[in-house]
Structure formats: C-alpha cells, structure tokens
Design a protein around this ligand. Structure first.
Ligand SMILES: C[S@@+](CC[C@H](N)C(=O)[O-])C[C@H]1O[C@@H](n2cnc3c(N)ncnc32)[C@H](O)[C@@H]1O
Length: 236
C-alpha cells in the first residue's frame, strides 16, 4: 500500500540529493554513523540500509565497508529509482519494501549483521515504531548491530527553538528556491517536532530486545538535534 509519506517522497525524489547537498554535515554524519556501525562488525558482514532513499546512506555504508554486500530498502519507488540510477558495484542491491515487514522480505540465510536506518524512524507512525524495531531486531543476525540516525528535539526547548529557526530561515526557503516539494519540508519540520525524545526512542529499542543501547549527538550545528542510536542483538 502506498501511503502519503511515500507519495511525498516520490514527489520530492528528483530534488532530494540537491537539498541534502546544501545541508552542511549531512554526508559527514552518515559517514560517522556508517563507520561506527562497521567498527562493531566482523569484516565481510552483510549490511542493510532501511529507508535508503536516494542512496546517500547506502553510499556511506559502501565507503565504510567497500566490499560488504549491501541491500538498500525503501518504501518509495521514486526514491529507489534515484538510488538505482547511480553507479554501484554488483554487491549493492536495492529492493522496495517497508520497515516493519523486513522479516518477511529477507530469507533467514541472508540475515544482515549490520543495519543502518538513517532519517527513517521519524517517518514510521508512532504506533508502528515498536513493531518496526521488533522486526529490525528479528531480522538481524545474532550479535548484529542496528544504527539509527534521527532528529529528536522533544523535551529540550533550546533544541526545539533552534530547529524551528533553521526550518524557517534555511530549510523551507531553500526547498522553495531549489524547486523541491515544500510540503515535504513542512512535513520534515513537523515530524522532527513530534518525534520521540531520545530517551523514549532508546526505551523502544530496549523493549524491542536490543542490548547495549546508547545514544550520542553529533558535533556541529546539529548538536542536540541530530542523534545516533545504536543497539546490539544479543546472541541467545
Ligand atoms: C529522509 S529520507 C532518508 C534517506 C536516506 N536514508 C538518507 O540518509 O539520505 C527517508 C526515506 O525513508 C523512506 N521511508 C519512509 N517510511 C518508510 C517505511 N515505513 N519503510 C521504508 N522506507 C520508508 C522514504 O521513502 C525516504 O526515502
């Protein structure tokens, strides 16, 4: 089923790369998340990039682990088409699918050891987030790691005020100037304001079965706004 979020991403897909290129630090933060994830895994580990979009996060995984098999998954056909139009080595593949349905999509013998979900979970409705995290936990191989990159400002008034200021003065004007889909960027502002507190999302990870759950913010202008969450699937 195509939902409104996928339709909005389809509509904004062609301009997505341009807009993230205008976001200082976007690729650095993805590189940081990918490198931290890979540093926890044995060489040659299978990787999955859930909500891979136009492939920016997939490229970060590939930079961190140049020979690892990577599967990018996204719900939006338009975003996937952007990703697939780029040159990739044969061991990077893409598939249309939804967070929350990964266990049905990925055969047991292809379970990934590492999963990156960059800027995805905010787009998963709050009442489906626990199930999506439980599905991520189920699909990971034992001792695998999940790395989540996500904005969260709830419960921190200074971060919330800074986010609103950045949206008003930078993100929304740039989206309009570059011909992006303004509805998508208004949605971006609102979805960040409404996303879980960092503690609440970390609790969801624990409830889904992850251990060694930790959260850290990034340096730079997104400090306190953008966070990396990680958790391990304990071998039982
Ligand atoms: C903000 S983009 C991030 C793309 C990429 N990870 C990056 O770092 O540039 C979020 C992506 O998540 C996808 N998405 C949203 N909800 C999803 C879901 N439930 N399952 C899979 N993909 C989803 C959207 O289609 C979109 O491509």
């Amino acid at each position: 089923m195509i939902d409104q979020v996928s339709r909005d991403f389809d509509a904004g897909a062609a301009r997505y790369d341009l807009l993230v290129a205008l976001n200082p630090g976007y690729h650095n933060h993805l590189n940081r998340a990918a490198t931290e994830l890979i540093s926890r895994l044995p060489g040659g580990s299978r990787l999955i990039d859930v909500g891979c979009g136009s492939g920016a996060s997939t490229a970060a995984l590939l930079r961190a682990a140049p020979s690892a098999p990577i599967l990018g998954i996204d719900a939006s056909a338009g975003m996937l088409a952007q990703a697939q139009a780029k040159p990739w080595p044969s061991w990077v593949r893409f598939l249309q699918g939804r967070a929350g349905c990964l266990a049905d999509l990925i055969p047991g013998e292809q379970r990934p050891h590492g999963m990156l979900a960059a800027y995805l979970f905010r787009n998963v409705p709050a009442d489906q987030r626990d199930a999506a995290l439980a599905d991520a936990h189920e699909v990971l191989a034992d001792d695998g790691w999940l790395m989540v990159v996500e904005y969260s400002v709830a419960g921190r008034p200074r971060a919330e005020a800074l986010w609103n200021l950045i949206c008003r003065t930078v993100i929304l004007p740039l989206a309009t100037l570059t011909g992006g889909n303004p509805a998508l960027y208004r949605y971006l502002q609102q979805s960040v304001l409404e996303f879980d507190t960092t503690a609440a999302f970390a609790d969801r990870m624990v409830r889904a079965g992850f251990t060694d759950v930790a959260v850290a913010t990034v340096p730079g202008w997104q400090k306190g706004i953008l966070h990396l969450f990680r958790g391990r699937k304990d071998a039982r």
